[in-house]
Design a protein around this ligand. Structure first.
Ligand code: 6PG
Length: 247
């Protein structure tokens, strides 16, 4: 995994968010220039909020917002208005503040059985990414959970082993909303660009393990992430990098 992952250590979470905004902007401009569309899978959790606020600022108003398709790498099985909804977080902090085309926001359906939601979302992805063996996102933004999960691929969960499906149901071992859906490992690894946003001292041991321990994906799902044809970069702050031997 280490060979496939680059790492950039920044002084603060704010600088990580600014660096992530620049990656987002570069990927968006390149994708629209090359293919007329930028397809991005957004992450949930707290870390991306600082990125969303920066992208919503005037500095990024000239991005090709109307040429972008928005997806989620994982979602909690709750209505879009629910406080725990990853859609709601991205919509409130970014999408409502920039000139996107609302029909090009592919939110995960919010209600019902997780398996049914996963099947429905996979159908949507297969329609948009028609012809791809796995969805070729231009950018997939990921976080790292304190237990080593990423998206909603949790340690010792069945979802990690899934090699055919693009989207599956999963079950969070803790948290307010346990019932989730998630992109599978191959559906994440098909991206052109993957960026992990990792900040805070509470992630330092996990980040050390991600880069310096040979844990199997069952124990640390984030170790399964390595783009097949693409680039993966960790954007982290000094606090998260504190235990790394190589920086
Ligand atoms: C989710 C996220 C999840 C998140 C990590 C890190 O739905 O919760 O997609 O994978 O990225 O849990 O979360 P923080 O950014 O809040 O630390």
């Amino acid at each position: 995994v280490e060979g496939a992952i680059g790492i950039r250590v920044h002084d603060s979470p704010a600088e990580v968010a600014h660096a992530a905004a620049e990656v987002f902007a570069d990927c968006a401009r390149a994708a629209v220039k090359a293919r007329g569309v930028f397809r991005v899978a957004l992450s949930g959790g707290r870390t991306p909020k600082a990125l969303y606020h920066i992208l919503a600022s005037p500095a990024y108003r000239d991005l090709p917002w109307s040429e972008m398709d928005f997806f989620w790498g994982d979602e909690r099985c709750v209505p879009a208005t629910h406080n725990e909804s990853n859609f709601r977080s991205a919509d409130a902090n970014l999408l409502k503040r920039v000139p996107v085309i609302r029909d090009r926001i592919y939110a995960v359906p919010g209600c019902g059985d997780a398996q049914a939601i996963a099947t429905t979302y996979e159908k949507t992805l297969r329609r948009v990414f028609a012809g791809d063996s796995f969805p070729r996102f231009d950018l997939n933004i990921l976080g790292l959970g304190q237990d080593g999960h990423t998206a909603s691929l949790f340690p010792h969960g069945k979802s990690i082993a899934e090699k055919e499906r693009w989207v599956v149901a999963s079950y969070a071992p803790e948290g307010v909303v346990r019932s989730r859906i998630t992109l599978t490992v191959p559906a994440i690894n098909s991206a052109r660009r993957i960026v992990f946003l990792i900040t805070g001292g509470n992630k330092s041991e996990r980040l050390r393990e991600l880069l310096e321990e040979d844990f199997p994906p069952e124990k640390m799902p984030a170790r399964a992430i390595a783009p097949v044809e693409g680039e993966c970069t960790i954007l982290c702050d000094k606090a998260a990098a504190a235990r790394l031997s190589s920086t």
